[in-house]
Structure formats: C-alpha cells, structure tokens
Unconditional design. Structure first.
Length: 238
C-alpha cells in the first residue's frame, strides 16, 4: 500500500488519496470506495480503484499524445500514478453530449436527448456547498480564474470531448457526459487537465442498447459495478 512508501498524505477524498512525491509531483492512489448522492450512499468494492486507475491512465496517455497537456506522468503501481503537482482551479467542468442525470432533473428533459452541440457547464468545487452550478460571469466576478484561462479551459474541454467521443465510438460506446478538473502546474504555471477520467466521472452508454457502463449502475442499482467497469477495460483492450 501507498502508506508503506512513507509519503506525506496531502489530501483524502471520496475516491482518491493524494500524496507528496517530491516538490513538483504527486502520487495519486485510487480507492475502492464508491459514493453517490453527495456521500449519502457509500460502499467499498474490491478492484474498483484499480480499474479506475487503469482507465484514467489510458485516457490521459491518449490525450497527452493528442496534444492535450495533462498532469499524468507515469503509472506507479496497480492503483496509483505519478502526476504533476498543480494549484487547483476550484471548478468542475461538465461537458454534455446527451441529456442525463442532473440536467434532466433541472430542465425536465427526457434522458437520452441528443444535443445539437456539446454543452459546457461549470460547478463550484466545494463539498460543503454541494458543488453548486456557477456561470462564467460569476466565475470571473469571484476571481476563481482569469478570463483568458477560463476561455482556454472551455477550448480544451471541447477538444477532449471530440477526441474521446471519436475514440469511444470506435468501440461502440457513447460518451454521454463527463467531468473535468484543471490546475496550474506548481513548476511552471502551465494549465493542465488533472484529476481522473473514469467511469466514476463519465457516463458511458452502449451505442446499441444504451446500457450504462458507469457509476449510474451503482446510483440506480442496475447491476454489478465491477462488471460494468470491466466492460470498458475490455472494449478499450487495456
């Protein structure tokens, strides 16, 4: 386990632990814990962390090759990878290609409605407030980041969506929506895509049956979570 490496634990969240690796890098360990509804539903599912790490590493490596700057450096072990240390921008960026989840609840739209173009939304990354939705104008008024960086975040998010949507379509998976986070590198202040890209933070649907291969399986008690996540591993041949 990571604790045996005698690294300083900097942060522990619902799904990951973050350790100081050196002055400019972190070690990120994926946990087997799974939560939903702001932590009201919680379980520990063996191998969930390992699978999420494998999928996140795979996607980050793909995006790095495609010219998207991410925090991913290299794998460390079966549940951890080394990442560049960043100063977090306290925003969650949600990119939606289809109506699902909270969007349907907010606007009364039928689940599965396909958008004419990708929708980019923001929420304030604040657990105590329940990660409320926030507008671009409010982001700038609260000085959470600059207008230049915000525009760059939007542009990168749309590029990530294009890359991953096309990639997943080749294996019969629809990228319904997903969450991204960003930070500024502690070493050179470069804007980086950070956190994870996994079935915990994305909605993946089978292109033919619309079956879920993501955390909705757990949220909605629709089957075995590991079976669903393993389907992603198999299709991506990880």
């Amino acid at each position: 386990m990571v604790n045996n490496y005698e690294l300083e634990l900097l942060y522990e969240g619902k799904a990951k632990k973050v350790y100081k690796y050196n002055n400019y890098k972190l070690l990120i360990e994926f946990k087997d814990d799974v939560t939903a509804f702001n932590g009201l539903k919680k379980n520990n599912i063996i191998n969930k962390g390992k699978i999420n790490k494998q999928i996140s590493s795979h996607f980050f490596e793909l995006l790095n090759k495609k010219g998207i700057n991410t925090h991913f450096v290299r794998d460390y072990d079966d549940k951890s990878f080394i990442a560049k240390w960043t100063n977090l921008i306290p925003l969650e960026v949600i990119v939606r290609n289809y109506a699902a989840g909270s969007f349907c609840k907010r606007y009364g739209v039928k689940k599965g409605y396909k958008f004419e173009f990708p929708l980019v939304e923001f929420s304030l990354k604040n657990d105590e407030l329940g990660d409320p939705m926030i507008t671009s104008e409010a982001i700038l008024l609260l000085k959470l980041t600059s207008e230049e960086i915000l525009n760059e975040i939007i542009s990168i998010s749309k590029k990530v969506n294009e890359i991953l949507s096309r990639y997943l379509a080749e294996v019969g998976i629809i990228l319904v929506d997903f969450k991204l986070e960003f930070g500024l590198s502690k070493e050179d202040n470069q804007l980086l895509l950070i956190d994870e890209i996994s079935p915990d933070t994305c909605r993946f649907w089978d292109a033919h049956t619309m079956e879920s291969f993501d955390k909705d399986v757990y949220r909605e008690d629709k089957g075995d979570l590991i079976t669903a996540y393993t389907e992603i591993l198999g299709r991506l041949k990880i």
